[in-house]
Design a protein around this ligand. Sequence first.
Ligand code: NDP
Length: 449
Amino acid sequence: MTTDAGATIEAIYADVLRRNPAEREFHQAVREVLGSLAPVLARHPEYAELKTVERICEPERQIIFRVPWTDDRGEVQIDRGFRVEFNSALGPYKGGLRFHPSVYLGIVKFLGFEQVFKNALTGMPIGGGKGGSDFDPKGRSDAEVMRFCQSFMTELYRHLGEHTDVPAGDIGVGGREIGYLFGQYKRITNRYESGVLTGKGLTWGGARVRTEATGYGAAFFASEMLAARGTSLEGRTVVVSGSGNVALYAVEKVTQRGGRVLACSDSNGYVVDEAGLDLQVLKQVKEVERGRVSDYAARVPTARHVAGGSVWDVPCEVAIPSATQNEIDAARAAALVRGGCVAVSEGANMPCTPEAVAVFQDAGVAFGPGKAANAGGVATSALEMQQNASRDSWSFEHTEARLQQIMHDIHARCAEAAEEYGAPGDLVLGANAAGFIRVAEAMHAHGIV
Ligand code: NDP
């Protein structure tokens, strides 16, 4: 690292803090990327000259709106909607919607910023964006969720389009919500514009493997990291946090590859099953009944539920955190290392704090950052857009093979960039450098816009 590049980065970060006060998660995400860029800036003085980093840190557009709706008791509810259109250098803004009470601008900007580099790493023509609301779908009836989604889309539709901005799901937004959102978009615009949302149902424009893609991709990425070290998932003990879309399909793919998933969780606690989680029961509880992991423990004799604890107290060889940001701190990382953890593949966005990442890297644990390890979801969304554009529908096998190749290529891109910028094996640096350069090159071609 040259001192010049280091000083430039510090100045840029200080400016980000000043311009975006009290957005803690956004600061963390920016810091993480900037921390990798000194060797890149040292080799590319034009990036400093054209203020490429400063421009990348500033979203192209930020939309905040009121979402009024009426609950089942007839009471008026008011939530807040967000869409941050971060960067369109590589294609239309692309990134999910999160419905969770913790959502505010800082969360949406952190996720949007991550998404820019993640999407670049896939090698596909998609820019980065993210959105959501502080609406809490938990405990709400289908009719309430529908009314909320309709109100949300009644404002958001004017900012969307298959060539403009293409949302998908994230925490709290799955197939049901995408269906209600699409229905309202279609009604308002009087257009069957399939490519305006991804994660659609299979009977109305959805793609096979999209549901599975993020979890499968995180498991594929773990396999790639282990293969680079001459080993595999076969016979490994694995812990997956969360029990939502990403977690369930990470469990499925790990199990198919001969790993034994010991535990998963939700926000009330975790379930341990030394026999390996029974996916059929877990899917019934989570996908069909919308239940809790405690319901799994009540049904499976080999399982026990720990209320309120952290799933990261369960030792394992491979960790796939797939719940939410900052769930693994330095102390939990150190405990995982002591328990024999050899690989971490981030299914969630930023689930490990910077201190936890340092603990893993110092201990020689293979570490796959979310913007690489969980990129399978958005990559398969881009495949869904391709199928929508060509009015085609691919088989499960073909789409999964594409996903597997994409995850292989992302791993290779990160490993090559790490090598090129003097940090062999550092996939955090590799992901940030490779993603940044792809976006920066496109931005330069477009001039100062
Ligand atoms: P879901 O809503 O399907 O599931 C989220 C899971 O994480 C639930 O089990 C939930 O438990 C748990 N969880 C959420 N917030 C918290 C919290 N604050 N504390 C403890 N547990 C929590 O979301 P997804 O599976 O779609 O998303 C999980 C992660 O993966 C997120 O970080 C998301 O950004 C990331 N991701 C998702 C992609 C996708 O395609 N869906 C793509 C790339 C990344 P509970 O039910 O109790 O709330």
